[in-house]
Ligand binder design. Sequence first.
Ligand code: GAL
Length: 439
Amino acid sequence: MSKRRQLFVYLIIGILATAVVSGCISQKETTPTATQAQKEVLEIYHWWTAGGEKEAFDALAKKFQEKYPNIEIKANPVSGGAGVNMKMILQSLMLAGKPPDTFQVHAGYEMARYIKANQLSPIDDIWTDDMKKNYPDVIEQMVIFNDHYYAVPINVHRANVIWYNKKIFEKYGIDPASIKTIDDLFAVAEKLKKNGVTPFALGDRNKWPATQVFEVMLVAVGGIDYYQKFINGEISDNDPTLKKVLEYFVKYIEYSNPDHAAKTWDEACAMVYKGEAAMTLMGDWANGYFKAKGWKPDVDYGAIPIPAGVYDLVIDTFVLPAKAAHPDAAKKWLSFIGTVEAQNTFNPIKGSIPPRMDAPADPYDPIQKAFMKELKSPETKMIPSIAHGSAVPEAFAADLNDIISELATSKDVNKAMTEIINAMKKDLLPNKIKEWKLS
Ligand code: GAL
C-alpha cells in the first residue's frame, strides 16, 4: 500500500449500494473446425477507435494473444470518445442478459450502476498481493465497492493538460514555462488572438470535452477544496465561485474555434497538428493521438498541466460481468491487465502512464516520464475526473454535460448556475455513495 492513502479518504456509504493470428495456434494438422473448437473466446467491448487509442489496444491484444494463443479475442470497438456510444450499447446488452466477457469502464462512480444491478462479479482473487503493493491506494480505492474489488485499471490518464503546437509558440515568442495558472493561459490566448491565431481548438460534439474544460476551470479557479465541495454536492445557491468558474469557461469558449460544437476531440487535436489552432485542453490520450500522427513529443508539441501541481485522474479499467459467457478467459485478461508487461505495452502508445508504480519508465516519452514523476510526488494533488465518470453519480454527470454544452453556445452564466444547483439537488445528493476528501 502506498503512502498516498491519506490523500484520498474514500468512504463507501451506499451501494453497497481476435483476431487470433491463426499461425499462433500450434495444433498439429487439425482441420479448421477442430482448431476452432479448441479456442476459448474472449469478447471485449471498448471505445478506443481514434488515432493512438486503436494502436494501443491492438498492441495490448497482440501481447495477450502471444501469451494465450488458444484464446480468440473478439474485440468490439465502438467509436465515440469517453464511451458515449459504447455505454448505451452495453446497457442494452446487460438488459438482454448478454454482456461481453469484459469491457472498458472508468474507475469510480461509472461502475456504480452495474454493481447496484448485480451485473458485475467481484474479482478479489485477481488482485494479488503484488498488485495491491504496487497500485497507489488512491487508484485501488476507486475500484473497491462493498469491500470488494470490481475492476483492474490499465492506465492513468490526466485530463488537465494544455497541448500546444511548438512552431506556433516559437513564432510568437511564447514561453510555455510562463503558463502556470489559468490567467497566464488567458494572457497567452489574448496575444495569439491579436495575431489572428485561434488560441484553443475544441471539439465538444459529444459534450464531454466541454465538461472537461469546465472541470479544469473548477479546480483552476476554485482550488482543490472547492473542487471537493463541488463533487460532494456542497455548493449553495448563487455561489460566487461557481459564477466565476462559469465566466472563465465562457472566456475559454470565446478563445476557441467557433465550430467547436461540430467537432470531436480528435478533430480538435487535428487542428493543433495542422497549425489551425495553437492549443487544446485535452487528456493525455491527445499525446497518443499526436504520436500516432508521427509527431515527436517535446519536439513538435508540448504539454502544460493546468493548473500546475494538479493531476486530474481518468482511469480506464476492465471488469468481469456476472453473466460473462467465458469467465475463465476474462479472468486471464484481467490478471494480464494488472501486469507491468501489459501496462508497459499499452500506455507508451496510449499516452497515459502505468498505474503500477513499479513499472519501469524507459519505454515512455519525456512528457510521460515527467507525468510519472509528478504522480509519485507527494506535492501533487490528485482529483477524480467529473467528465470521465469517476467523481459524481452518472445522472449528475449527464445533467452537467447537457448544461455545460448548452452554456458553450448560449453563454448564459446565470441560467447555467441555477441549472447546476438544481441538478446537484436532484441527481447528485440522492445518488451520492461516497464522500470525497482530497488534499
Ligand atoms: C476517455 C478514456 C481515454 C480516452 C478518451 C477519448 O474517457 O478514458 O482512454 O480514450 O476517453 O476516447
